[in-house]
Design a protein around this ligand. Structure first.
Ligand code: KIV
Ligand code: ZN
Length: 508
């Protein structure tokens, strides 16, 4: 009989630790709502002690999410655990997730703590967490580089103290599948009380083996996997949710396991996370990349046309890639617009729908055909808004092979109109320098990416910029049929986020 593997999504916590992937509270809540639609079992909503913003995000998500469990991360200090509980206690199914490193490398160099002390800390933390919440997960950070006897002793003792899930993180992505599988088997054989708890794994992707390691662990007894959408996360990322779920589903001939995930929501969840974090999905990314179901060579095309099974092991429909036949344009009404939004995974309130629809109509006046990517840009831009201290009013750029690129920019700054002109090494540089002059920003541009998100010369160009100021980074995005305007919008969007972050209104 097929057994269930629980999916613990940590996009909002470990995923957010991807360089530059910071999200604000509204963005995190929107992702959590989508994760619930995807039917993940657990949503790790954040690390409440780490910032006010994280605390608020966990609290808001805990209040909103009804079906999935909501987890909050905490180190073993009682203050951490109390803070995590304060944030997550509003959830229908709350979970406290506490962790401490168990490897000698981490104990000696990072924590400067003996094994005995770490063991005492772990037990104390779990006992305290259990006095607050019935559902407590314990993670042994850097488990794969820990002494196995010590690791098993820590797990045995935290189970005795009341842990309901024990998690084995491959924190630095060091393990090899066969070895990781053996580790899980050993833990099952040696840890006292293991049958009373859920055995979980949490794999990082430094050697590109996070998904393979997670599957090896499942084959050896793990019944919860921790993963992220699009595999985002610290350094090379975490195990990718969509890859694990689709591997189990596609190879059910081999595995006697299933998940509760509604795979038809995979594509829209992946897109939403990419839009909000600004982390572009590589075209050849398994399951959700733009090329994942594209057949280029003549032989393959011929095969697929004759019988899809020749080159497709899963269908695009099974992961929710929309194949709508309705073309949206300027004659389309609210109904068609709302239906397409639903297909793309956006369920908006009437008020948000109205705002998005107005923007859609404005764009439809400029463009004959509106693509899904256009709609996503509108939604992300219109609905997931940050306060706009800076607004673009007017932009005129002169550029060419015999002209010094010049930009004239008019902006609203705190409601006042300001105008400036400036030169640059190209039209974008001229625009950015002039905006910088107007806003008096000290932010450094770290990254600038242009994506033609729709095809053809009337395509909607999407620009992503990353700015840094005093160690804080933000992502800004802008879309427009004119790439210079899209660049200006992205730059101003990032500047607004930076202002917002500086004021510490909420963590982003
Ligand atoms: O990678 C890791 O060890 C973690 C733990 C906090 C679970 O993210
Ligand atoms: Zn991790």
């Amino acid at each position: 009989m097929s057994e269930q593997v629980r999916i613990f999504d940590t996009t909002l916590r470990d995923g957010e630790q991807s360089p530059g992937a910071t999200m604000n509270v509204a963005e995190k809540v929107r992702i959590a709502e989508q994760l619930e639609r995807l039917r993940v079992d657990v949503i790790e909503a954040g690390f409440p002690i780490s910032s006010e913003g994280d605390f608020e995000a966990v609290r808001e998500i805990a209040k909103k999410v009804k079906r999935s469990e909501v987890a909050a991360l905490a180190r073993t200090s009682l203050t951490d655990i109390k803070r995590a509980w304060e944030a997550v206690k509003f959830a229908v199914n709350p979970r406290i997730h506490t962790f401490i490193a168990t490897s000698d490398i981490h104990l000696k160099y990072k924590l400067r703590m003996s094994r005995e002390k770490a063991l005492r800390e772990a037990v104390k933390a779990v006992r305290y967490a259990r006095s607050l919440c019935e559902n407590v997960e314990f993670s042994a950070e850097d488990a794969t580089r820990s002494n196995i006897e010590f690791l098993c002793e820590v797990f045995s003792r935290v189970i005795q103290a009341g842990a309901t899930t024990i998690n084995v993180p491959d924190t630095v992505g060091y393990a090899i599948p066969s070895e990781f599988g053996r580790l899980i088997k050993t833990i099952r054989e040696r840890v006292r009380g293991i049958d009373r708890v859920t055995l979980s794994v949490h794999c990082h992707n430094d050697l590109g083996l996070a998904v393979a390691n997670s599957i090896a662990a499942i084959e050896n007894g793990a019944r919860q996997v921790e993963c992220t959408i699009n595999g985002i996360g610290e350094r090379a990322g975490n195990a990718s949710l969509e890859e694990i779920v689709m591997a189990l589903k596609t190879r059910k001939d081999l595995f006697q396991f299933h998940t509760q995930v509604n795979t038809k929501q995979i594509f829209s969840t992946s897109r939403l996370v990419s839009k909000i974090t600004g982390m572009v999905i590589q075209p050849n990314k398994a399951v959700v990349g733009a090329n994942a179901f594209a057949h280029q060579s003549g032989i393959h095309q011929d095969g697929v046309l004759k019988e899809k099974l020749t080159y497709e092991i899963m269908t695009p429909e099974s992961v929710g890639i929309p194949k709508s036949s309705i073309i949206l344009g300027k004659l389309s009404g609210r109904h068609a617009f709302r239906e397409r939004l639903k297909e793309l995974g956006y369920q908006l309130s009437e008020e948000d729908l109205e705002r998005a629809f107005t923007r859609f109509k404005q764009l439809a006046d400029k463009k004959r055909e509106i693509f899904d990517e256009d709609i996503e840009s509108i939604v992300v831009d219109e609905i997931l808004r940050v306060p706009k201290r800076f607004k673009l009013v007017y932009l005129n750029v002169v550029a060419g092979n015999l002209t010094v690129p010049t930009a004239t920019v008019q902006m609203e700054v705190d409601g006042k109109l300001v105008q400036e002109a400036g030169f640059g090494d190209g039209p974008v540089d001229a625009t950015f320098k002039t905006i910088k002059k107007i806003t008096r920003s000290r932010s450094k541009l770290l990254q600038f990416v242009i994506n033609a998100i729709t095809s053809g010369t009337e395509a909607q160009g999407e620009v992503t910029v990353k700015l840094e100021e005093k160690g804080q980074t933000v992502i800004g995005q802008g879309a427009d049929t004119d790439v210079i305007v899209a660049s200006a919008k992205a730059y101003i969007n990032a500047l607004n986020k930076m202002e917002f972050k500086k004021k510490k209104l909420i963590g982003m």
